[in-house]
Design a protein around this ligand. Structure first.
Ligand code: CMP
Length: 140
């Protein structure tokens, strides 16, 4: 297994409920290292461009509105097999289908307000990290 980096976003429903530390503890307990982190308010343009792959989906407009409804915490997580490991601990997109103990099962409010985002492949991780972080902001 290789050491990988993946992009994580703690979403507005979670920052609103002050859950950043609890979610970070799940990631760290799983062996993921937070090698970059910044709390920010996304602009509509940023959120729209980040989720451009979903542009044709019926939930796109609401998703963009939700992602700018409050602060997010952008993170780079590093570790062995980080992309799959992060997806495992996040749980299924729909919290009703997420396994017990996963972030979404524990904390998500709905399929949209599902507390966290994670890259779904190594290739997307590289692109998503580059979208939000300069290489100098990532300290392994
Ligand atoms: P995320 O992993 O950030 O990727 C796309 C997001 O779209 C997803 O999490 C959800 O927050 C949101 N979303 C809203 N409705 C749906 C849906 N029906 N299916 C998938 N994703 C949805």
């Amino acid at each position: 297994m290789a050491v990988e980096r993946t992009l994580s976003i703690i979403k507005p429903d979670a920052t609103r409920r002050n859950l950043t530390g609890k979610i970070n503890a799940v990631f760290e307990d799983a062996g993921l290292r937070i090698v970059a982190q910044k709390r920010t308010q996304l602009t509509e343009a940023q959120a729209g461009a980040f989720y451009a792959v979903h542009k044709e989906r019926p939930f796109y407009g609401e998703l963009v509105s939700f992602m700018i409804s409050g602060p997010v915490v952008l993170q780079v997580l590093e570790g062995e097999n980080a992309v799959a490991k992060h997806r495992d601990v996040m749980g299924a997109t729909d919290p009703k289908k997420a396994a017990p103990g996963t972030v979404r099962a524990e904390f998500a409010e709905s399929i949209e307000a599902n507390s966290v985002h994670g890259s779904d492949s190594l290739e997307n991780a590289t692109n998503e990290i580059r979208f939000f972080f300069a290489e100098t902001e990532i300290v392994g």
